[in-house]
Design a protein around this ligand. Structure first.
Ligand SMILES: NC(=O)c1ccc[n+]([C@@H]2O[C@H](COP(=O)([O-])OP(=O)(O)OC[C@H]3O[C@@H](n4cnc5c(N)ncnc54)[C@H](O)[C@@H]3O)[C@@H](O)[C@H]2O)c1
Length: 342
């Protein structure tokens, strides 16, 4: 296979801002079909991005022999159902995050991909940001010693400023979203931490709450996370940050501190114990308002065409999901929770 023929299922914001333009820009991918259940949306996306086929029902995309792979850009409760049907139809799957509604569903997706011999990748784009890649190299160079503590935040004004359906979005309905800010934002940071620290989350104690938004999901979550290395830190996810986006991570190490995404001029700042400060002017981090290419789509296309594991495989997606599921359970029960094993 020299070119990957792709169907994009769900033509809302993430499809329009990242999947569709990035497939279009990838010389080794062809947009074969698009799908959305709201009349006119798929047709509009087909016109805007040059897809020859537009459908309202995802099963029509999966039935096409000229579609090799699909992007699942749907509300969270549909991810597992559509991904499982896609594997049954022999397609490769790039699934948006959070990967599924439960760890059991995520496990079933991993098993189905393996049984079908198809690629499953999850859209955790934080790993592809240059600043996170440079920070990871620094942490694992040993210069700063072990990471002892961390604080990571993902916060903005809420999905009403993002979703194609604005304030009426599925993001605010638990039946469709399953999680609120935890599933929208916290899960990204769960994946980032596991990858950045090359460590697993050992336990989570969390409080989630709804302070401002309508709907029945949390608009804020603060999670106290212990890693298996012993490092202790927090993941904060919020939809009530009015005035810019916060996508920062701070790593407090034995011999210095790494600040990511907190100085607008310098995405990476390193303060060493000898008093020196290094400010790295790497490319700015992508935000909801200023989208940069995610790298996710190129990675998926390359993984499928070269027959290798993608950078964010199904197990990684499931592990990040297990962390936010543990946080949700902790908030419900008032107990510290160990993430479900895969
Ligand atoms: N990786 C990231 O950084 C990132 C960012 C935002 C959203 N996401 C994820 O992407 C997914 C989609 O989010 P979004 O922001 O695009 O939402 P959105 O509300 O903008 O769009 C969702 C689209 O799905 C369509 N849809 C709903 N049910 C359907 C069905 N049964 N068949 C076909 N189409 C259907 C809707 O009509 C809508 O157009 C979510 O899982 C979300 O968490 C990922």
């Amino acid at each position: 296979m020299s070119s990957l023929r792709v169907g994009v299922i769900g033509c809302g914001s993430i499809a329009i801002k990242r999947h569709l333009p990035e497939y279009l820009a990838n010389p080794r991918a062809t947009l074969a079909a698009v799908c959305d259940s709201v009349p006119g949306r798929a047709e509009q996306a087909a016109r805007d991005f040059g897809a020859p086929l537009a459908f309202a029902d995802y099963r029509d995309v999966l039935a096409r022999a000229d579609v090799d792979a699909v992007s699942v850009c749907l509300p969270n409760h549909l991810h597992a159902q559509v991904a499982l049907a896609a594997f049954a139809a022999g397609k490769h799957v790039l699934c948006e995050k959070p990967m599924a509604a439960s760890v059991a569903q995520a496990r079933a997706m991993v098993d189905a991909a393996e049984a079908a011999g198809r690629v499953l990748m999850v859209g955790h784009n934080q790993r592809f940001m240059r600043v996170h890649q440079v920070a990871k190299q620094l942490v694992h160079s040993g210069q700063l010693g072990a990471v002892l503590r961390f604080a990571t935040t993902f916060a903005h004004g809420g999905p009403e400023g993002w979703s194609i359906d604005g304030a009426d979005s599925w993001f605010f309905r638990r039946q469709e979203a399953v999680f609120g800010a935890l599933g929208d934002l916290g899960v990204h940071k769960a994946d980032l931490l596991r990858w950045l620290l090359e460590d697993e989350v050992a336990s989570v104690a969390a409080v989630t709450t709804t302070i401002e938004k309508h709907g029945d999901v949390e608009d804020n979550a603060v999670c106290l996370v212990r890693m298996t290395s012993g490092a202790l830190g927090t993941i904060a996810a919020s939809w009530t940050q009015h005035g810019g986006e916060d996508n920062s991570t701070h790593l407090y190490c034995e011999h210095g501190v790494v600040h990511i995404g907190s100085d607008p001029g310098y995405p990476l700042v390193v303060r060493r114990e000898d008093g020196s400060v290094e400010r790295r002017s790497l490319e700015a981090m992508s935000t909801n308002d200023h989208q940069a290419a995610s790298g996710v789509i190129d990675e998926f296309v390359d993984a499928v065409l070269s027959g290798r594991e993608p950078a964010v495989n199904g197990r990684a997606g499931a592990a990040a999901l297990a962390v936010i599921a543990a946080a949700a359970e902790s908030s419900r029960t008032g107990r510290t929770v160990v993430p479900e094993p895969l």
